[in-house]
Design a protein around this ligand. Structure first.
Ligand code: GUN
Length: 295
């Protein structure tokens, strides 16, 4: 049976460290890290992520500025809001929850955020820095996956990492992070997507297999090499009338059967999700320190 890689436990530990660090920053430098979290519309999954982010901020002592707007909020209004936040000295991080409603241009919005406050690491300047291995804000989900592996003593160097899914938020940046010429990376990465032929065959060659597709049952037992490490990024709501809220969450991986074959696996929920939030806290603290000239 596979070891369960609990992002929840690791995240709880990391948050304790962050809480102490923030207390020190407050005492020594009189700075309180501030994060603006913008949500447009009422996508239930987005609302739930945003609430979790805000709760985690409060836990560690980051001031979360919750900015919520109806789905008809205009692009110009959002651009103006971002400009105001860019020049607000109490705000060290700006996060615009994706996806945005169709009438708002995602690229335009992401480009409007000051790269120095772009704690999501989605601004092209930060994407470029990430690609060349320069210091930058790393996107939270891929860097959370990297930390989850390393802090569980799962080496990445020299491993064949197969990623299924080429999103700008997970698949592409994860590939970029793990191919860097650095001891905490140095992986050989194969990035699979909807037009890849023989995904199952490629997946079976993975030492570390990452599923980031957003579709249940994408990774089945036959796609996993004996002893592989399996990272499940999917968060899918499926109807479950036995639950009070009427649904439960499952990943992209058939957890029951794959955990018999893998050496380590992330659960859903409680795997990658909490790590994403923790890395967002990390980026916000780093940003606050940089703005205050600390380190
Ligand atoms: N939507 C899904 N994941 C993310 C994320 O990491 N950041 C933002 N801003 N939106 C998301």
């Amino acid at each position: 049976m596979a070891i369960i890689l609990s992002g929840r436990d690791l995240s709880d530990k990391m948050k304790q460290d962050y809480k102490k660090e923030i207390e020190q920053i407050k005492q020594k430098h009189n700075i309180v890290p501030g994060l603006a979290v913008i949500l447009i519309g009422d996508n239930p999954a987005s609302l739930s992520y945003v609430k979790l982010k805000e709760k985690a901020c409060t836990e560690v002592g980051i001031v979360s500025h919750d900015l919520r707007f109806n789905a008809d909020y205009k692009e110009e209004e959002l651009l103006k809001l971002i400009q105001d936040l860019n020049s607000n000295n109490n705000i060290h991080g700006i996060l615009v929850q994706l996806p945005l409603p169709e009438h708002i241009g995602e690229e335009k919005i992401l480009c409007a955020i000051d790269p120095e406050k772009d704690v999501d690491g989605f601004h092209p300047v930060n994407v470029g820095k990430m690609m060349i291995g320069a210091p930058s804000f790393l996107p939270a989900t891929p860097s959370g996956i990297q930390q989850l592996l390393l802090r569980n003593n799962i080496g990445i160097e020299g491993k064949h990492v197969v990623i299924i899914g080429r999103s700008n938020i997970v698949g592409k940046p994860l590939a970029m992070i793990l191919i860097q010429k650095k001891p905490d990376a140095n992986a050989t990465v194969t990035l699979c997507h909807t037009r890849t032929k023989n995904i199952a065959e490629i997946a079976r060659t993975a030492d570390i297999l990452v599923a980031a597709v957003g579709r249940p049952h994408t990774v089945t037992k036959d796609m996993v090499k004996q002893g592989a490490v399996v990272i499940d990024v999917g968060v899918n709501r499926i109807e479950d009338k036995t639950r009070k809220r009427g649904y439960r969450l499952i990943g992209d991986v058939d957890f029951e059967e794959v955990s018999e074959k893998a050496s380590a696996i992330t659960p859903v929920p409680g795997g990658v999700g909490p790590m994403t939030i923790t890395m967002l806290l990390h980026n916000t603290i780093q940003s606050a320190k940089k703005h205050a000239g600390i380190e």
